[in-house]
Design a protein around this ligand. Sequence first.
Ligand SMILES: Cc1cc2nc3c(=O)[nH]c(=O)nc-3n(C[C@H](O)[C@H](O)[C@H](O)COP(=O)(O)OP(=O)(O)OC[C@H]3O[C@@H](n4cnc5c(N)ncnc54)[C@H](O)[C@@H]3O)c2cc1C
Length: 415
Amino acid sequence: MIDFETPVGIQKQVDLIHNVAVQVMRPISRKYDEHEHDRPWEYINVMWKSGANAGFRGKPAKEVDTGTGESVMKYRYVLLMHTIEALSWGDAGLYLSTPGGGLGGAAIEAVGTPDQKERFLRRFSEGDPKWGAMAMTEPQAGSDTANIRTTARLSEDGKEWILNGEKIFVTSGYMAGEQSPGLIVVWATVDPKAGRAGMKSFVVESGTPGMKVVRLEKKHGIRASDTAAINFTDCRIPFDNILGSPEVSQSREGNKGFAGAMKTFDSTRPGVAASAIGIARASVDYVKEHLEKNGVPVRYDLPYHKQSAVLRDVLRMEAQLRAAWLLVLRAAWQMDAGISNSMEASMSKAKAGEAVTWITQKAVEILGPEGYSCKNLAEKWMRDAKINDLYEGTGQINRLIVARRLLGYSSKELQ
Ligand SMILES: Cc1cc2nc3c(=O)[nH]c(=O)nc-3n(C[C@H](O)[C@H](O)[C@H](O)COP(=O)(O)OP(=O)(O)OC[C@H]3O[C@@H](n4cnc5c(N)ncnc54)[C@H](O)[C@@H]3O)c2cc1C
């Protein structure tokens, strides 16, 4: 049964994260917005040393380490959503810089063998800060993932894969690829004629010859997060670094590699939604504080039709926020319960992406010039918000996924 109470163990972690958000993130939020390609070490070191990044480390096959004890393990993803939300309330760009497995770790968790999980994920709990990333998008392939042109061919002795291609917009690509003993999960085709059946994912460890970060993007928002373009030129990796089976087959069974890799998004899309909600809550909190300071407190004791226009807007913002958050909790609870959640993951992401875009714009509107000014963070939250409606499937793509699932259409039947 789904439970709406926040378990005590989770609340403790949320309180801890809230302190990090207030004391570490907010004071440097504007600094890293203005210095996009500087790395926020003051935040990274706090997260790594305190273990507050426990939920981002990935779960090695033989180890369970949440940093909060056995009792909350059954709420692992719910805990993660609360953590992401609270960090993104602090600063969404900084949250994305949190050391840990990131999307790369999530991909390995979703489809890696026990040996691969052990081999690749353990590093996120040891030594100095490290990052994982996932490189799927290419100049001609974003929403249309089946259009990927990066190739992986077997070496003559069959012991290595050789990767060639160009990847763009890789979150934490620089930190994972060049700064630390991190890793990047790279999507490539082993047979360009085979379409989706030929698509596989591969783990490339940082420092592997042939992998090069060629550009860092300058962005509209989430500027504390590094977003890299990465080239692969005859990049050789061990045969065992393929995630899933190397077989190419058009059968359902043979296509498991692609479907398995897409499963990564079942856990990460609710995470994007949770981040959106953290930003939206930051905006709502700020607007309410501002109105209260100006003698217009929110009146929860009055019916909607007796509220002023501005307070009706605030109530609508809060209602959107709650609705989106409940969808996130449902998708995360399903993950924890081992229930298939692809549709609910997309629902939460589509709803939260749209809600945060609307809420943060509304906040700037209500605040007027104060909202447009860089003296506070409202305009920044509006810029940070939009990415949540874009990456890991745009709003349109996630709505398409929901429609397919609801109506029982395949991706060929409903495009
Ligand atoms: C800051 C940032 C970080 C990112 N991080 C990563 C990362 O870590 N790893 C990674 O692999 N990628 C990453 N991406 C890429 C991101 O996932 C893609 O940009 C996104 O999936 C959209 O793909 P696209 O850019 O090719 O846009 P397109 O697919 O060209 O879409 C353009 C527009 O067309 C719409 N559209 C496309 N197809 C359809 C359809 N069938 N029906 C209706 N509308 C449609 C889209 O919704 C969108 O509005 C990142 C992008 C950004 C901006």
